[in-house]
Design a protein. Structure first.
Length: 805
DNA sequence: CGCACCACAATTTTT
DNA sequence: TTGTGGTGCG
């Protein structure tokens, strides 16, 4: 066989395999075909990276290393070449070289949701065999690795996972015990300091040593807290989120056989959102990939928005140095957004200096221009958003195609009100999470304590919930007794009668300990869902809530019921009926995992949570200095760049239309404030954005341009508008001179309605008034619309979009 | 021991 | 403005 033959065979094979991915562009194909050795994919927003990931896995499973290898199969022949070239029936078999078994692939994503999506798309493409692929987050991968060998690092198989709330409350306890003032030692700050240390692989001894050198008393004290924090976690057989990574790295570093096992096991590693990884995650991936070096990372330095929680953009910026001979592929064709939107995104991000440099392009049309609307107030801002949505809905758009993005969660409330008043269905993501609710934490604490009574933190949480006459004083006494004797709180309360100091609560404490023992015995023989019932029954938790009979407590009781659903779902989906398994799963679970794209409702979320999602129509509200960019980023160039990346992320969520909204004044911490329009708006080229200032603003812009009327037929009264044809650089003057108060809101007279009246609504069409409830100088209407069902609308708002007939 | 009231602060967030 | 946490009283 000649070299010529070899290269002909390899070419034919590669071309054949490439032809199996006709739906991908050449760059994407390259990324799919490069199977051997390190690969860095710089994937811009909307460039189809998920597609690439999935097809890469498909290629590995189907053709193995064939497309990336120069090894010939045994018995390579001329016939095989022609079969490949002609795409014959046997071509598939001839092309394959050592197909990769699914269990040798590890695909790491950042959220459970992304992992779930990856899994389901792989299953669609590959069927059954995709089951054995590890598609999970760093954290859940670590849990699985740790469970196998946790005895080597001094944990039991059933170690529990502390979430941020647990960690926070542990920190608070330690502060209290060490007589430290939360004012000078803010628990959140301490926790993120500890988290940062762990992320940089600095353990308490090293941290304390470093702190001693600095003669910084505060830091030394933090070192003490850190030491104690770790000590107590270990005592409770618990790990926090960072520990999962930390201990896994330590396990692999210190145990060659374990490292060897996992290195052999995972021949191919894929990591998504690499720009969001920290040092620990980098090290973990380097360890596992250490043998085969088949590591493929996907990321976008421009979308790195989590530096504040320890992500280091360095990982992606220096990947090429860390893996010599690495292949870098850029995916710059955007399949999501139309021209103006993309141009705006490129123009904004170009102002950052710390980046690899990447320019998105599209072969789509320019599409609609970006709209900038300058609202009066946050109320007006919200009403504008609602009106635009109603207009869209009346043109046949679906609610689910709309999203409103904002910088911080607190901005959601005015939007919520506006959407409610207008009868627009919406969903809010973020804010307080289901698993962070007190009642859920309570029940989960019961489950944890049943699983491991040595967990002082959680035992303390439930010892008097619902109230059973064990007050904080008694708990404190018991805790210090436990500390003195080196026992757990549970040990002490089990034998409370042996301690003089606990004479009074002794009976109640023992009764509680007996309750836990009984539940433990029960859990030995029963599945978690039955244990849940038993806990509710024996503790009277729901009963206590229902007795209060307030609306809030009823909602709480419902949440608790909902928790049972989560247990049942877990048991059904994983086939695992162990309590420890469920608890680990729950700790790693978040609300975003519940994100349901099929619901017919508009989406409200922070720009951060929107990463990875896309919507046909996007509104970004609060485009004002001190809000976005946020107050704390102003004057800090690194943070400003992160804000700008956030802006880039937000803009690139939009597929067809993008509305930016700023408010002339808004209520901030109970004060009316007025801020200049966001610098990011200025960074968008004039030809991509169309600035609207509502009728009634009688002020001149600095460049003395005339306002030109523009017709806006689709939206009702209140949003007819004037436009600056060649807008001034700023939407309004930079010193905060307030323009004369506009007289523009609710120019339409209120409708005079009675029950039974027929109305025609702009978006919901014809309907009949079925109920009117006066509320102050407004009224709550309930109108029956044959096309959409019953809607509750506020009279004042609805009058803008509705007429009587 | 539980509840009510007042002071105080106030991004972003996944696991 | 809103939510939280601490204190003081019943």
């Amino acid at each position: 066989m000649t070299d010529h033959f070899t290269s002909r065979f390899l070419d034919a094979r590669r071309d054949y395999i490439r032809s199996r991915f006709p739906h991908l562009n050449p760059m994407q194909q390259e990324a799919v075909l490069h199977t051997e050795g390190p690969l860095l994919i710089l994937a811009g927003a909307g460039s189809g990276k998920t597609s690439v990931l999935i097809n890469r896995v498909y290629n590995l499973l189907k053709y193995g290393s064939a497309s990336g290898s120069d090894v010939l199969p045994p018995f390579a022949s001329e016939e095989m070449i022609s079969e490949l070239e002609e795409h014959g029936a046997l071509a598939d078999d001839y092309a394959a070289l050592d197909p990769v078994p699914p269990w040798q692939i590890l695909a790491i994503t950042f959220t459970n949701k992304a992992a779930g999506e990856l899994k389901s798309r792989l299953e669609q493409l590959l069927g059954e065999s995709s089951r054995d692929i590890w598609a999970c987050t760093f954290h859940s991968a670590c849990v699985r690795i740790l469970r196998r060998d946790c005895d080597r690092i001094g944990f039991t198989r059933d170690f529990t996972i502390y979430d941020t709330t647990d960690s926070l409350s542990l920190i608070k306890h330690i502060l209290k015990d060490q007589n430290l003032d939360e004012k000078y030692y803010p628990p959140r700050g301490i926790l993120s300091e500890i988290s940062r240390a762990k992320g940089d692989k600095i353990l308490p001894p090293e941290y304390c040593a470093e702190a001693k050198k600095t003669i910084n008393l505060h830091r030394q004290q933090v070192g003490e807290i850190y030491t104690e924090y770790m000590r107590r976690l270990t005592l409770s057989d618990a790990m926090d989120f960072d520990d999962l990574l930390l201990y896994t790295v330590m396990l692999l570093r210190e145990n060659e056989d374990v490292l060897d096992y996992w290195q052999r096991r995972f021949r191919y590693i894929l990591i998504d959102e690499y720009q969001d990884t920290n040092l620990l995650q980098y090290e973990l991936s380097a360890l596992i990939a250490g043998k085969h070096k088949n590591i493929c990372v996907v990321g976008d330095d421009d979308q790195s928005i989590y530096k504040f929680r320890g992500a280091t953009i360095e990982n992606i910026l220096s990947f090429e140095d860390q893996y010599k001979g690495c292949r870098t592929i850029r995916l710059e064709q955007n399949y999501r957004s139309t021209g103006h939107i993309l141009n705006a995104a490129n123009s904004v991000i170009r102002n950052n200096t710390e980046r690899k440099g990447k320019e998105l392009w599209t072969d789509k049309s320019a599409g609609d221009m970006i709209e900038l609307y300058t609202a009066d107030s946050e109320k007006d801002e919200a009403q504008y958003v609602a009106s635009k949505m109603l207009a869209g809905y009346s043109r046949g758009e679906n609610w689910r195609d709309y999203a409103v993005l904002y910088r911080k969660n607190a901005q959601s409330s005015s939007l919520e009100f506006a959407l409610k008043r207008n009868g627009i269905p919406y969903r809010i993501y973020g804010g307080t999470r289901f698993f962070d609710r007190a009642e859920i934490k309570d029940i989960l604490s019961y489950l944890s304590v049943v699983s491991f009574p040595g967990d002082n933190l959680r035992l303390e949480r439930i010892i008097n919930t619902p109230p059973r006459g064990i007050g904080s004083k008694s708990i404190e006494t018991a805790l210090s007794l436990a500390a003195e004797e080196g026992k757990t709180l549970f040990d002490v309360i089990s034998h409370a009668d042996r301690y003089e100091d606990l004479a009074r609560p002794a009976m109640r404490m023992r009764a509680f300990a007996v309750l836990i023992e009984e539940l433990r015995a029960f859990s030995e023989a029963n599945t978690p869902d039955l244990l849940f019932d038993e806990i509710i029954e024996k503790t009277g938790y729901i009963r206590a809530l229902k007795e209060k009979n307030t609306q809030e407590d009823t909602a709480r009781a419902e949440n608790v019921e909902e928790l049972k659903t989560s247990i049942l779902t877990y048991m059904k989906e994983s086939g695992d009926t162990t309590l420890a398994g469920y608890l680990a799963n729950v700790a790693l679970y978040t609300d975003l995992d519940n994100y349901d794209t099929s619901a017919s409702a508009v989406t409200l979320m922070t720009m951060h949570s929107s990463k990875g999602l896309e919507f046909p129509h996007v509104f970004i509200v609060g485009m004002e200095e001190t809000i976005f960019p946020s107050m704390q980023a102003i004057g800090e160039s690194e943070e400003m760049e992160e804000e700008r990346r956030l802006c880039y992320v937000a803009i690139t969520r939009a597929m067809k239309t993008l509305h930016l909204v700023c408010a002339r004044e808004r209520m901030l911490f109970g004060r009316t404030t007025s801020n200049r329009v966001s610098r990011f708006v200025d960074e968008i080229p004039e030809e991509d954005i169309h600035k609207t200032i509502p009728r009634g603003y009688g002020f001149r812009d600095p460049s003395n341009q005339t306002y030109v009327q523009r017709s806006e037929s689709s939206v009702g009264a209140g949003y007819g508008s004037y436009v600056v044809r060649k807008p001034a650089h700023k939407a309004f003057d930079e010193h905060t001179v307030k323009p004369p108060a506009p007289a523009k809101t609710e120019q339409k007279p209120l409708l005079q309605l009675a029950i039974g009246d027929s109305v025609r609504h702009q978006a919901f069409h014809e309907g009949t008034v079925v109920k009117i409830t006066p509320m102050g100088n407004d009224a709550l209407l309930e109108i029956s619309f044959p096309s959409v069902g019953n809607k509750k609308l506020m009279l004042r708002t609805a009058s803008l979009h509705m007429e009587k007939f």
